[in-house]
Design a protein around this ligand. Structure first.
Ligand SMILES: Cc1cc2nc3c(=O)[nH]c(=O)nc-3n(C[C@H](O)[C@H](O)[C@H](O)COP(=O)(O)OP(=O)(O)OC[C@H]3O[C@@H](n4cnc5c(N)ncnc54)[C@H](O)[C@@H]3O)c2cc1C
Length: 395
């Protein structure tokens, strides 16, 4: 029920969103639909600065719901990758245990089980193209900020500055805004990913490219997993995941910018696996090690009057297929709190948002911490469990 004038809270207020990932861009779109005065400050030097990564699937009750509210479903449907939501699960010998590729189910838009995949770059373009011209200020790597009266003066690494009445940190897992809100630090989940990128996989590793089949491939062996996904630009991304000690990336002595060294390590680590997987490693042109960290959510922070966090900046967790979806839900909840007319001031609106965001994130965090151990280091039993989850009738 609206108690105050819905437009009052943001009247004459400048909002700075720091970070133009899925969370920040969605928030900018939603706020602009409500007449908000928004700028997005993004570190990338321009829209084309880097490949955004592989595909993400949006879910019925989160990402897709937000796209509906943002009036972007037509643009989403024009850009998603039909069929890429299918899974193929194999063992370390490449034997197929679960194959959804020929599964001609009727799931489609409107079905709660349909999780269409979209290339991250395409999703970003859909969101950017919906913003008012000039909303995203590229090449704006946030450095620090100071409070001047009731506003913030932001400073960027390139020497430029900006002022804002409200600051939203959507700058991802290494957020620089976070530290103005809380000093709760990230912890290590126990799992690390070695991510590899393959250009022209149809030529570089044709056999495994065929097995991936433009969808999701998961290969599990005791204690380690490989996942591979197509990119929207025709490339392939793979994730080799296992449990490693904290700081293993530095203590291992592996130079991750030296492809030969990483390939030699992977071939050794996956000894006994079908050589098919080695063709995947050998085709990689770039590797990125990713220790999977998380922000503990059993501790809390006091709501601040004019600054908050969304997405990974607020609740980093190991990947579980929810991160983008949750960042988009945060954007929706925050926008609704700021524009609903239910709250007397911005601080009260932020407090209500943070309560919803935290309640959701705490459940997802626990699930993702439990899930990542099974995913990164599956036992025979957990592989069986996963197959059952995907195929409960055992057909
Ligand atoms: C290997 C892997 C696989 C994943 N798979 C999935 C999946 O399938 N589905 C899913 O839903 N989620 C997945 N996730 C999680 C998902 O990527 C994140 O949860 C999601 O991207 C968070 O969105 P965000 O907008 O909060 O942050 P980000 O996507 O991290 O965006 C942050 C933005 O802020 C910018 N930025 C950073 N620092 C600054 C600064 N100082 N100044 C200005 N700009 C800055 C960055 O350039 C970036 O554009 C995966 C994560 C990993 C690591």
């Amino acid at each position: 029920m609206e108690k105050y004038n819905a437009t009052d809270l943001l009247h004459n207020k400048k909002i700075a969103i720091v970070g133009g990932g899925p969370g920040g861009l969605t928030l900018a779109r939603l706020l602009q639909l409500k007449g908000g005065n928004v700028q997005v400050y993004e570190r990338d030097i321009n829209k084309e600065a880097r490949v955004q990564g592989a595909i993400v699937d949006l879910h019925f009750d989160s990402g897709l719901k937000v796209m509906e509210v943002a009036d972007l479903m037509d643009a989403f449907k024009a850009n998603y990758m039909p069929g890429a939501d299918k899974f193929r699960m194999v063992d370390q010998n490449g034997k197929i245990y679960l194959d959804e590729h020929d599964n001609l189910d009727n799931a489609g838009f409107g079905n709660e089980h349909f999780r269409p995949e979209i290339d991250r770059g395409a999703l970003r373009n859909v969101l950017i193209n919906a913003l008012l011209p000039g909303t995203v200020i590229w090449d704006s790597q946030f450095a620090n900020m100071v409070q001047v009266n009731n506003a913030w003066e932001l400073q960027f690494k390139n020497g430029t500055t900006a002022t804002a009445d409200i600051v939203i940190g959507s700058d991802g897992y290494r957020s620089k805004i976070r530290h103005y809100v809380t000093d709760i630090k990230a912890l290590y989940s126990g799992a690390t990913i070695i991510q590899g990128e393959i250009e022209h996989p149809e030529k570089a590793c044709p056999e495994i490219y065929k097995l991936v089949g433009n969808a999701n491939l998961i290969a599990m062996g005791t204690g380690k997993t490989i996942a591979a996904q197509p990119r929207g630009d025709g490339g392939l991304t793979f994730y080799g995941t296992s449990l490693y000690p904290e700081n293993w990336i530095t203590t291992s002595g592996i130079k991750f910018n030296n492809n030969d060294e990483v390939i030699a390590y992977l071939v050794d680590f996956y000894e006994g696996w079908d050589p098919l997987f080695f063709t995947l490693f050998k085709a990689c042109t770039r590797f990125t090690p990713r220790p999977l960290n998380y922000f503990p959510l059993d501790k809390n922070w006091d709501t601040k009057p004019n600054i908050t966090l969304i997405g990974d900046a607020a609740h980093l967790m190991p990947p579980s297929g929810e991160g983008v979806n949750t960042a988009m839900l945060d954007a929706l909840d925050l926008c609704e709190c700021l524009t609903s007319g239910k709250f007397k001031d911005i601080e009260e609106a932020i407090a209500a948002y943070e309560e919803q965001m935290r309640a959701r994130a705490i459940i997802l965090l626990q699930e993702s911490l439990d899930g990542i151990k099974d995913f990164a280091s599956p036992s025979d039993e957990s592989i069986r469990k996963l197959m059952h989850q995907f195929n409960p009738n055992g057909n």
